[in-house]
Write a protein that binds this ligand. Structure first.
Ligand SMILES: [Zn+2]
Length: 278
């Protein structure tokens, strides 16, 4: 029995700019083109933020709708995951795109520090975002920046605020939060399996830790995330030429560890998502 590895590509995020790397897709047309190339390279989930015309993070549902429409046309079958995390402090506007009913949305269930600020996720907002996801049948991807977020997600599943098997993303290497540390990742996995035995997990590393965490996740049987939201470089000397190049790097690691890269059909099956007719 093979264990396919789901590759998620986080295409844009809320921070990287063209000054960091000219290949970061900012406009919706750039995002669609970059995602299509990453999808063809093996990504089956696209984690998406949108920007306004000045390149600043936005949660404008109209922009998300245009991005979703383009991705459905150009990447049939791709799992579309919209971020509800990109504008800390913006309150419920962070979830204004959930009525679009994307396949998935990111959900942070607790607060922590980011490089220059607090990433605010107060309990009432977390509960509201989770309830909106239930209303619109959007599968959450839990973003775990800290051990307490894993425990909280399991608690929310137990009391019915979250339904179905959890899908948890361990994010490591954010400055002022959890570092990319292998024994910590092992404890995250062990804790998740203990508290939510039916859960699936994914892991992402920030900056230079991206490829390291990709390798750990693939080797340990999890799924993994790459893309320019988390890292804009191939290595110390080279910028990543595209999101697809980062996906290919993760796909190569899958080959190295005899993990097939999940097709979008396999990824949908693993995550319990509907199969669209394409
Ligand atoms: Zn994001």
């Amino acid at each position: 029995m093979t264990n396919p590895c789901i590759l998620c590509v986080a295409i844009t995020g809320s921070l990287p700019t063209k000054a960091n790397n000219p290949a970061v897709p900012i406009s919706i047309s750039e995002q669609i083109e970059s995602t299509q190339e990453a999808f063809e390279a093996g990504a089956s989930i696209a984690h998406c933020h949108v920007r306004d015309d000045a390149g600043a993070p936005s949660s404008d549902p109209e922009r998300f709708a245009r991005l979703m429409e383009g991705l459905k046309t150009h990447c049939p079958g791709l799992i579309i995951q919209l971020s509800t995390g990109g504008r800390s402090g913006a309150g419920r506007t962070r979830g204004g795109m959930l009525p679009l009913a994307p396949d998935m949305a990111s959900l942070s269930v607790g607060s922590n520090n980011f490089p220059t600020r607090v990433y605010e996720n107060p309990p009432d907002l977390v509960d509201w975002l989770a309830s909106e996801m239930l209303t619109y049948a959007v599968k959450p991807e839990i973003e775990a920046f800290d051990l307490s977020h894993i425990v909280q997600a399991a608690t929310m599943q137990r009391d019915g605020r979250l339904k179905g098997p959890l899908y948890v993303q361990f994010v490591m290497g954010v400055k002022n939060a959890m570092p990319a540390d292998e024994p910590i990742l092992d404890f995250y996995i062990e804790t998740l399996k203990r508290l939510a035995p039916d859960a699936q997990w994914c892991a992402a590393g920030i900056g230079a830790a991206q490829v390291t965490v990709n390798e750990w996740a693939i080797r340990k049987g999890g799924h993994t995330r790459t893309g320019m939201e988390d890292n804009v470089r191939l290595d110390r000397d080279r910028l990543a030429p595209s999101n697809a190049a980062l996906v290919r790097r993760a796909a190569d690691l899958c080959t190295q560890y005899a993990r097939p890269v999940a097709t979008w059909q396999q990824a949908r099956q693993i995550l319990g998502l509907a199969m669209p007719a394409v």
